[in-house]
Design a protein around this ligand. Structure first.
Ligand SMILES: C[S@@+](CC[C@H](N)C(=O)[O-])C[C@H]1O[C@@H](n2cnc3c(N)ncnc32)[C@H](O)[C@@H]1O
Length: 287
């Protein structure tokens, strides 16, 4: 197991990817390389993509193989990345969405409400707008809509109001500063989940255009799949899961392999609580 990231639904996702020796697969979200390592162990070749330079450096240091090509890029550019290498067909692609443990645990990246750091949340260096820009720059209505729609936060209106009031006194620039403002506005519930969880997720998704990236990349990557090639997606958010489900349903070239999404076993959730919201969907190219 890598210290960088503990892979979620590893066995299930690799089994469903149906890795065949010498065939080419794309790991669109390299992270700590857990899924890529398994594809290589099963004899596959991999084009591995991650937008985050830390992940790319980690893979270059820890995983050398003649069967692996590493690209630092956004997976929404998958068409350009594959064309650059003269690739017209792939036998499968895996997306393991969201952030890695390393990203969450590095205070300076600003992804975590439990670590004091700048409210940044950019996965890749070329993005200009940070979470602090959104928190201090959006109107109260825009904040409400973001927290309600992307975060599915039931107290979105109250949180947006308190943020706007707080920032009139002092700019909100730190993760723990925002977490305390949210906690003070809605309190701690009996649930184990921190009250800032959904707001932080909504901000991260907006900073990195996560839903748009996913939609664009699903379409582009399906064009490259061989017949019988598999599309395997692990998502951690109901909006992501809905995008994948609807995409497969509305794409006549794909057939859904598992009717219901696969979720981690209780044992996996106990060992790795971050896996608790994971959902795995699999589709196969048929035409
Ligand atoms: C959950 S981790 C992947 C973990 C990996 N499967 C493993 O087993 O170690 C998600 C990774 O996807 C990357 N990522 C998220 N959105 C991306 C995008 N649009 N393009 C490329 N990489 C992205 C993140 O930087 C992060 O490293």
């Amino acid at each position: 197991m890598s210290d960088f990231h503990r892979s979620v639904l590893l066995k299930e996702s690799i089994d469903y990817l149906n890795v065949r020796p010498n065939e080419l697969y794309v790991d669109a979200t390299l992270g700590g390389g857990g899924h890529t390592k398994e594809i290589l162990n099963n004899g596959g070749r991999v084009i591995g993509i991650d937008v985050d330079l830390d992940a790319i450096d980690h893979i270059r240091d820890s995983l050398r193989s003649d069967h692996l090509i590493v690209e630092q890029d956004n997976f929404r550019n998958i068409d350009k990345i594959l064309s650059k290498h003269g690739i017209t067909e792939i036998s499968g692609i895996i997306f393991d969405l969201g952030v890695s443990s390393k990203q969450l645990d590095t205070a300076g990246r600003g992804f975590s409400f439990s670590k004091s750091g700048p409210l940044d949340m950019r996965m890749g260096g070329d993005l200009k707008v940070t979470a602090a820009d959104l928190v201090n720059g959006l109107t109260e209505t825009e904040l409400y809509e973001l927290f309600f729609r992307s975060g599915e936060e039931r107290y979105a209106r109250r949180i947006a109001r308190v943020i706007v009031r707080s920032r009139q006194n002092e700019k909100i620039e730190k993760t723990d500063q925002l977490a305390k403002i949210i906690e003070a506005s809605i309190g701690r519930s009996a649930s184990k989940i921190h009250p800032a969880t959904k707001v932080f997720m909504a901000l991260r998704m907006a900073v990195n255009s996560e839903l748009d990236n996913l939609k664009e990349s699903l379409e582009k990557s399906t064009n490259f799949l061989k017949i019988e090639g598999r599309l395997v997606v692990i998502s951690f958010h109901s909006l992501e899961d809905r995008i994948v489900k609807n995409f497969v349903r509305n794409t006549s070239e794909l057939v859904q392999i598992n009717k219901k999404p696969i979720i981690p076993t209780e044992e996996e959730i106990k060992e790795n609580p971050r896996s608790r919201s994971a959902k795995l969907r699999v589709a196969e190219k048929i035409a």
